[in-house]
Ligand binder design. Structure first.
Ligand code: COA
Length: 257
């Protein structure tokens, strides 16, 4: 892959996909989603790849979708590179591990709901500021989180966009372990290496069975969320919120009903 903002490296059956755009806090552009989606599609077909490991930069995991790209987005989310990434990761058959340091915002957090093991640094924080941006949840977060946390705790995250510390994310069952930041990647890699040594067919079937416990709820939620998200992307609330972010001011939703 030639994209410098997604650095792919393979060693001993583990494909590491590192998000590497620190000057923009690892916000994901259309090109980066395409790079991630293509890497996952190839990894799914390549018998030499046993496990995928997501990593970010030392100070930031991912600040979510590039907000400039949101302003220029056209059509349905499903047809955009982000839609392709969601399909690839949501249906990926091999184990996925994530190492998180710093902030994981928006899809930076929702993608973790589709990983199998997640290790985070002590300073990691998780946030889903969809409504703060005049948007709604994506990547089945409106389906998975209420089931995992209960409605009221999910509402704090999805309706208020509250920040979740690493310790709270651990208590909520969203991540496996909280570690000193310098140890996160080594721990995630060690667990990926363990997975890479497991029987691959047994692992794939196990992952499929765990997914089946949700029935087709996740797939349906992704599709319905995408419809609403795509409509909100064209709406005035999102435009106000993103312009406010880019102008470094608080959004003002008082004129909307
Ligand atoms: N999309 C586009 N640009 C982003 C971005 C995003 N999601 N997140 C950060 N950036 C850019 C900023 O615009 C800024 O660019 P500039 O240097 O050209 O002005 C640069 O990255 C640094 O961001 P800044 O906000 O100054 O850093 P910070 O350390 O004060 O805060 C964050 C870091 C991640 C907490 C903050 O940038 C943020 O909240 N980002 C938006 C997150 C978001 O809402 N994502 C979408 C979820 S659906």
């Amino acid at each position: 892959m030639s994209l410098s903002e997604i650095v792919a490296s393979t060693e001993a059956g583990i494909l590491t996909l590192r998000i590497n755009r620190p000057d923009k806090k690892n916000a994901l552009t259309n090109a980066m989603y395409t790079g991630l989606a293509e890497a996952l599609a190839e990894a799914g077909k390549n018998p030499g790849i046993r496990v995928v490991l997501f990593a970010g930069c030392p100070e930031i995991f991912c600040s979510g979708n590039d907000l400039q790209d949101f302003l220029s987005a056209e059509g349905s989310l499903n047809d955009l590179p982000v839609g392709r990434f969601i399909r690839e990761l949501g249906g990926f058959g091999k184990p996925v591990v994530a190492a998180v340091n710093g902030a994981a915002i928006g899809i930076g957090t929702t993608l973790l709901l589709h990983c199998d093991l997640v290790y985070a640094g002590e300073g990691a924080r998780f946030q889903l500021p969809f409504t703060n941006l005049g948007l709604c949840p994506e990547f089945a977060s409106s389906y998975v989180l209420p089931r995992l946390l209960g409605h009221v705790r999910a509402a704090e995250l999805l309706m208020l966009g509250e920040v979740l510390t690493a310790d709270k994310a651990l208590a909520f069952g969203l991540i496996n372990e909280v570690l000193p930041p310098a140890e996160v990647e080594a721990r995630a890699l060690a667990q990926a290496q363990r997975l890479a040594r497991q029987a691959p067919e047994a692992l794939r079937i196990t992952k499929r069975l765990m997914r089946q416990s949700y029935g087709d709820g996740v797939t349906q939620a992704i599709a319905v969320e995408m419809d609403h998200f795509s409509a909100l992307l064209k709406g005035p609330e999102m435009k106000e919120a993103v312009q406010a972010f880019l102008q470094k001011r608080a959004p003002d939703f008082s004129r909307f009903s």
